[in-house]
Design a protein around this ligand. Structure first.
Ligand code: GLN
Length: 492
């Protein structure tokens, strides 16, 4: 076996089961590749010893014939997931040194199935952002560069360490979380596949909370099949999360039948924004043509409240964040700044030193919209609009089985280029509506822009219907034949 890194997750799984190579060999190849790619800054903590121990256990299970479905598969884990005895900081200074004494349900599910942890991947602090520039360990660099350019680009965010790791082949797959687009937009920026499942499909237990009514875990992987395999292990009912859905987890991989004849695909007219670059609009039209060729019926639909989604999200998410982040006060976890000024002084100094600028902005906005006198005008109104947005989708899904849209309004931009917070928030314009409605959605690479950078298309499904999203994604993936790869300039 000459090039382990070139294998997809499905191929590696099958090779391991056939015993063509060992989990140890695969882990060695990834540990070496991870160490040689530090220029990307994708990992904020590497755990090679743990990877080797887990690989040894996988080899034993494979030999004994009782291995799990992910035996020996090396993964990167977003720093938002609590991993027992391993630094879990949400890429924030305020959680400096925090090593949880427990394991998140999603990662526990992956380890139950035999997966191997390579390390923790960097993210925007507390998952607030679209560029992974605010990680306490420094910005993550996208493995992709424009044709003939040396400019460093962002990998998207907030799961940018995960998307960069998968694109650079220093993880076979990775976990992400998506509150308003943090799996899908980084996947689009790095030519990878990302699935945000239905809200409640994956347990939130042990995932550091950002906005609890929106946060959802999901996979980032190289192919639709790989993402489907990971999602199956990650998902499932968890009594420890009261919003976890008690429904059977289908075999998502089996949904990849390739047959979408007669399926109705909705094209929401409100997503044709005037600011959208012509090449993204063109890629969307190409996606429509591919699905038509495969026998799907294309139906124009309307989601009339789309224009309010971004504003609604940027009230609801900060409101919940301001409440969730109240627990970081220097008393229980991580950083403590105490110079003898008393309890309140310690709270204030710890929070002032521990949180970055964007997190502070969200706490201020969230506290404001929840305060007496403004609650009705902002928070309550946002909740009402959120209901209308969810209703738009419910109406559309009376007519169609799935929706097709672009994932993001641009390709990857340069590190340090987007300094205005509102400009950063605009990245989420196509992803937040599905988040507000709790619907499953996927981004998959469908083409390159004129600079040679990946662009993604988004599929949005009905509640708990990840299978249709995956099935249609498989058809687009095959039609697009996306085979471009970033040139490994980062390899040392
Ligand atoms: N970019 C969005 C935000 O900053 C979404 C982040 C996310 O999905 N975690 O809130």
């Amino acid at each position: 076996m000459s090039d382990f890194l070139a294998l997809t997750l499905a191929e590696a799984r099958d090779g391991l089961y056939r015993r063509d190579f060992t989990a140890r060999e695969l882990a060695d190849a990834y540990i070496e590749a991870m160490a040689a790619a530090r220029a990307l800054n994708a990992y904020c903590a590497e755990t090679p010893e743990r990877a080797l121990a887990m690989a040894a256990a996988a080899d034993q299970a494979l030999a004994a014939g009782n291995a799990g479905p992910l035996a020996g598969i090396p993964l990167g884990i977003k720093d938002l997931f609590c991993t027992k005895d391993v630094l879990s900081q949400a890429s924030s200074r305020i959680l400096e040194g925090f090593k949880p004494r427990y394991e998140s349900t999603v990662t526990a599910n992956l380890w139950r199935d035999g997966a191997v942890m390579l390390g923790k991947t960097a993210m925007d602090e507390f998952a607030m952002g679209s560029s992974t520039e605010t990680a306490v360990t420094g910005p993550v660099t996208n493995p992709w560069r424009g044709e003939g350019s040396n400019k460093n680009l962002v990998p998207g965010g907030s799961s940018g360490g995960s998307s960069a790791a998968v694109a650079a082949k220093i993880a076979l797959g990775a976990t992400g979380t998506d509150t308003g687009g943090s799996i899908r937009q980084p996947a689009a920026f790095t030519g990878t596949v990302g699935i945000k499942p239905t809200y409640g499909r994956c347990s939130r237990w042990g995932i550091i909370a950002f906005a609890s009514s929106l946060d959802q875990a999901g996979p980032i992987a190289r192919t639709v099949r790989d993402a489907a395999i990971l999602l199956k292990s990650m998902a499932g009912h968890d009594p420890k999360d009261s919003t976890s859905i008690n429904a059977p987890v289908p075999d998502f991989e089996a949904a990849l039948s390739g047959d979408i004849r007669g399926l109705k695909v909705g094209i929401p007219k409100e997503y044709h924004t005037t600011q959208m670059p012509a090449e993204i609009e063109a890629l969307w039209q190409q996606g429509i043509a591919w699905l038509k060729d495969a026998g799907a019926k294309i139906v124009d639909v309307s989601l009339p409240h789309t224009q309010y989604a971004l504003a609604t999200y940027y009230i609801v998410a900060p409101a919940e964040a301001s409440s969730n982040l109240a627990r970081y006060d220097g008393v229980r976890y991580g950083l403590r700044v105490n110079n003898g000024g008393g309890l309140h002084d310690m709270y204030a100094k710890t929070r002032a030193a521990g949180f970055g600028k964007e997190v502070k902005r969200r706490i201020l906005i969230g506290t404001y919209v929840l305060s007496a006198g403004y609650y009705d005008a902002y928070y309550l109104k946002a909740q009402q609009v959120r209901t209308l947005i969810a209703r738009d989708f419910a109406e559309a899904f009376k007519k169609v089985d799935v929706l097709l849209t672009p994932t993001a309004p641009s390709s990857a931009f340069g590190i340090g280029e987007t300094t205005d917070p509102i400009a950063m928030y605009l990245n989420d314009v196509f992803t937040v509506p599905a988040s507000l409605a709790g619907l499953p959605a996927m981004s998959l690479p469908a083409g390159l822009d004129k600079a040679g950078l990946p662009l993604g298309l988004q599929l949005i499904g009905k509640v708990l219907d990840e299978e249709t999203v995956i099935k249609v994604g498989g058809v687009i993936e095959r039609a697009a034949g996306f085979a471009a790869q970033p040139k490994p300039w980062w390899r040392s």
